[in-house]
Design a protein around this ligand. Structure first.
Ligand code: GLA
Length: 382
């Protein structure tokens, strides 16, 4: 794909000034904890978005072509022509640059990649971080990774998803063969070598594309913030669910709606699962790693209520396979991939069985991805 975006850029414009690679991500555990200042455990993967970019000499419109959508858009931050979803992110980014007084001129860009969209692999974070990095590099803005992450997050917020920072940090800070634990309160991160020995991580794409923008995701965030607001009345030091211990939450049970209570409890449990995961990984207790994945899914499905019957079925099928130690839905929810810890030796048949049964029940052809953990966003030599 890197060759394709470069060649298309040369054919359409000239030699690109820069090439950028922005990977997608997985998350081992810690779902919907990031916007609660909690803990997450993501990694960048070997699926990525590639950008060929250059400045325009003359021209009033930014021109961007998407290889995946076979679609070219020309726009400025004030133009009113309707844009496809991917174009709206780019326009949001350019608007944020303008709002922040970050000085740039018009650009040309060809982009494309192999991160499936709506699969919970952060294709939009890769799109945003890659584009922002490209602009920063082209116009010598020297934005730090943290600044890039914050601008990418703001673009998501402007599009309508009040996300946290996990995806952007995974895209930017990924490290080959490592996962990292991000403390979303301090934004400090710790890398852990992912030595899975006889096991491997495999994604099963349900092929149900999630649409996170809009209510269900933001609604979960609102629940968490409502709980914080109630507790903070008596405890001003409580700024987020990170500052709430379980016994404190229980004291407020009567004052909180039962729905919000269950959701807040899920978040506290999920933060604990991150700590448990670190311990299980450090001790190479893979059966326990798998159990934590299953428990995480149960929380997302039964408590946080962000799963779907089809995804629950994928996890149920995984549970029935001895060669699969653990499985859970990954990412924001309402579709996308499950992440599975599998025995390297015996998983092929198990995964095929799951695929077959899933097809029989849902009529959907699931996709299976074996993944490698990779370095985060980088400039590619031309
Ligand atoms: C989406 C959001 C992230 C995070 C996850 C759930 O990917 O963009 O910020 O909240 O969902 O863990």
């Amino acid at each position: 794909m890197i060759e394709t975006v470069k060649r298309l850029y040369e054919e359409r414009f000239a030699t690109p000034a820069i090439l950028v690679k922005a990977p997608g991500r997985i998350n081992l555990i810690g779902e919907h904890t990031d916007y609660n200042n909690g803990f997450v455990m993501p990694a960048a993967i070997d699926k990525a978005m590639y950008f060929a970019m250059g400045k325009q000499n003359a021209g009033n419109l930014n021109t961007v072509y998407s290889v995946n959508y076979k679609e070219e858009i020309s726009f400025t931050i004030t133009s009113e022509n309707p844009l496809p979803a991917w174009g709206r992110y780019l326009k949001a980014i350019l608007t944020i640059f303008s709002d922040r007084g970050l000085s740039i001129a018009k650009i040309n860009c060809i982009l494309g990649g192999d991160i499936p969209v709506g699969a919970g692999l952060s294709s939009s974070a890769a799109l945003c971080c890659g584009f922002i990095f490209g602009l920063s590099d082209l116009f010598d803005l020297n934005l730090s990774k943290k600044e890039i992450a914050l601008i990418a997050q703001e673009a998501e917020h402007r599009i309508g998803l009040n996300c946290g920072l996990m995806d952007q940090y995974a895209v930017l800070f990924g490290k080959e063969d490592h996962v990292f634990c991000l403390d979303c309160q301090t934004l400090g991160l710790n890398y852990f070598p992912m030595k899975l020995e006889d096991y491997a991580l495999v994604l099963i794409n349900s092929k149900i594309e999630h649409e996170l923008e809009g209510s269900p995701y933001n609604d979960r965030r609102n629940s968490c913030e409502a709980v914080v607001a109630i507790i903070a009345k008596d405890h001003p030091e409580v700024k987020s669910l990170r500052d709430v211990k379980k016994n404190l939450l229980v004291l407020y049970k009567e004052q909180i709606s039962s729905l919000d209570f269950i959701r807040a409890k899920y978040v506290l449990d999920e933060n604990e699962r991150v700590a448990q995961m670190i311990e299980a990984l450090e001790r190479a207790r893979f059966a326990e790693v798998g159990e934590i994945l299953f428990r995480g899914h149960q929380g997302m499905s039964e408590e946080y209520d962000i799963s779907l019957p089809e995804i629950d079925y994928l996890v149920e099928l995984a549970r029935a396979e001895p060669a699969i130690l653990g499985s859970r839905m990954m990412g924001g929810g309402f579709g996308g991939c499950t992440i599975n810890l599998v025995e390297k030796q015996n998983s092929t048949r198990a995964l095929q069985t799951i695929k077959k049964k899933y097809l029989a029940k849902t009529g959907i052809e699931a996709e299976i991805y074996e993944i490698k953990l990779c370095d985060g966003l980088q400039k590619v030599e031309i």
